[in-house]
Each structure stands twice: as C-alpha cells, then as structure tokens.
Design a protein around this ligand. Structure first.
Ligand code: ATP
Ligand code: MG
Length: 314
C-alpha cells in the first residue's frame, strides 16, 4: 500500500464494510505494548502499514467511518458519565501529532473532549512536583482528554537536556543517578491510580523514521505555506535523535502495562497513523460496553407528563 490511501470516493462501500473485532484486535496487537520485557523500538518499522492484516478496502473503510464510530461511542461515554479516557501523544517533531489530533477531533463533540498542549513549564508549574500540571489536565468522568505532549516530557526532553533539570528548583540532594528511574516509577504509579479510578489510558508514540523527518522538515522549509510549521530549534533537536530514541525506549518499557498500554504507531504514512489511533480509541471504548442511561419507571412517568403538557399547548 502506498502513501495515498484516502477515504474519499469509497464512503458507500466503506459504510457497509464491518471489520471483525478479532481482526481489529490482531491489527492493534501488532503495535500495542503492554509490558517492558524485551521491548525494543527497532522491532517496529515506522513505514509499516500492516500488510496482509488489513486490505486496502478495509483501510479505506476504517478511514471513512472511524471518526463517525468514535463520535457515537464518545456520546455514550459522555451520557454514562462514569469512565473517562486519557490519550497521550508523544513524538519527535513532524511525526504528525497535530494532524492526527485534528483528525480525531474532526468528528467528536467538542464538549466532551479537551486537548491540552504541554509546552516548557512556566514558573508556577515549576513550583510544584512534575505531575502537578498533568493532574490538572486530567479528563473528568465522561470526558476524553487528549494530551499533546505530556508528563512523559519529564523523562524525555529533560533527560536528553539535563540542564533543564537544573532549572527545576528541586533540592539538590534529590537529584541523583536514579532520578529517571524514580520518575518512571512515579508515572507508572500515577497511571495505575488513574486506571483504578476509571480512566482508560492510551498512550501513542508516533514512530517516525529519521529520513521521513528530514523529508518533512525540507517540505516545511521549501513550501512557503508550510514555513510556519518549522520551529527553528527543530534541527538542533534532530541532532539528539539517538538520545531521544533511547529515552523513548526506556520510558515505554518502564510504563507499558495492560491498563495503560503504549501504541508504537508507524508514522511515516500519515493515513496509517490516523487509522491506528482512531481504531485503538474505538476498541477501548467498545470494550467498556457503554450503554445509554436506563430510564426508570418513575422517570418515564415524568417524561410522559412533560410530553403530554407540551402536546396540549395551543
Ligand atoms: P510541533 O510539533 O507542531 O512543533 P510542539 O509540540 O513541538 O509542536 P512546540 O511549541 O514547538 O510544540 O514545543 C513545545 C516544547 O515544549 C517542546 O520542545 C517540548 O519538548 C517542550 N516541553 C514540553 N514539556 C516539557 C517539560 N516538562 N519540560 C521541558 N520542556 C518541555
Ligand atoms: Mg515543535
């Protein structure tokens, strides 16, 4: 499959094509990481498009109908008002976080979804522990929270650039060799706590190849309409590519669990990134078996009375 799969033009076929649950699970299992044992990023191909696991027509169907299906499930999540969902997006620059989030958001009710973009922390945030700002952005019951970058930056960019750690105003006695270990433990504990409270957690690492990043950077530099997307620091960060990959590998291995899985999403093809992310969200919401709230007999009587009153209006 090439780079050009689009949902357009096949909507009618797509709408009638239902992809079996088992096949979806197999597809997602290919990218899902639920434990750290033996985990290596190099086992995942950024250009993977799942080959024989998914036909071209099925891929088109998923792209055409996925967002609609997600929207229907989100409505139930919102109406039921018990579970919440946290989607973490982490990636190297130009991997397609923004485009993927835009795609996910294109079909859902904005009242039930909140996107938070985490930038370098400001003075108030630095006056607190590193999970403080993540906690403030956690989705309420019935809501989906999308974190564009996240608490994981504390073991990624901060690890790659230790000078950032020096600016975090921590007591110096607490900055030792084990700090990354401790941070990863804190993150894993925190996510277990959230899961126990009813937050469904999905973590997406958009896995881009170094060559594709170069192509996308050059695109941004050559095309005037895309210039704004280029951050002047992006090329400097690229020089730390290997250090980032190592930090990602360790972070994913230390925090991947069945209740807070990572998905290593192949990101050299944007259509495939979107397909995997939306499918993983659908699968997770589907598993909750969300039902619209049941109306009791008394409530039904109240509704009937309201209806009769409205109908009697002249
Ligand atoms: P784009 O990919 O579209 O450029 P972006 O997410 O890179 O979007 P930027 O404003 O370019 O947005 O970058 C945000 C920056 O904030 C990143 O370089 C990121 O590493 C940094 N950042 C996020 N969280 C932290 C943190 N906890 N400590 C230090 N830096 C952080
Ligand atoms: Mg950037």
């Amino acid at each position: 499959m090439g780079q050009t799969i689009k949902a357009t033009g096949v909507a009618d076929v797509a709408r009638t094509l239902k992809i079996p649950r088992k096949q979806m699970r197999l597809l997602l299992d290919r990218f899902r990481v639920t434990g750290g044992k033996g985990f290596r990023l190099k086992h995942f191909d950024p250009a993977d498009t799942a080959g024989p696991l998914l036909s071209r027509v099925q891929a088109q169907a998923l792209l055409a109908t996925g967002v609609g299906r997600l929207s229907a499930l989100q409505e139930r999540l919102y109406a039921q008002d018990r579970w919440s969902m946290l989607c973490v997006f982490q990636a190297m620059d130009a991997a397609g976080k923004d485009g993927t989030i835009k795609h996910v958001m294109s079909g859902v009710n904005p009242q039930g979804v909140h996107v938070t973009s985490f930038k370098a922390p400001g003075p108030e945030e630095l006056s607190h522990d590193f999970l403080w700002r993540a906690g403030r952005a956690m989705p309420a019951r019935g809501q989906i929270g999308i974190h564009n970058r996240s608490h994981y930056e504390e073991v990624l960019v901060v690890r790659v650039h230790p000078e950032i750690l020096q600016r975090q105003r921590m007591p110096k006695e607490l900055i030792g060799k084990k700090i990354w270990h401790h941070r990863l433990d804190s993150i894993a504990d925190y996510e277990r706590h959230l899961a126990r409270q009813g937050t469904v957690i999905l973590k997406f690492f958009l896995h881009l190849s170094k060559e594709e990043q170069k192509r996308r950077f050059l695109d941004r530099l050559r095309e005037p309409g895309k210039n704004w997307k280029f951050g002047i620091g992006d090329v400097a960060e690229r020089e730390h590519w290997d250090a980032y990959q190592e930090a990602y590998e360790e972070a994913i291995a230390a925090t991947a669990t069945p209740h807070a899985p990572w998905f290593v999403v192949p990101s050299d093809n944007k259509w495939f990134t979107r397909l995997v992310v939306v499918s993983a969200m659908i699968e997770a919401l589907d598993e909750l078996d969300l039902k619209l709230p049941v109306i009791s007999r008394q409530e039904r009587a109240v509704l009937d009375a309201a209806r009769l009153k409205l109908e009697a209006e002249t």
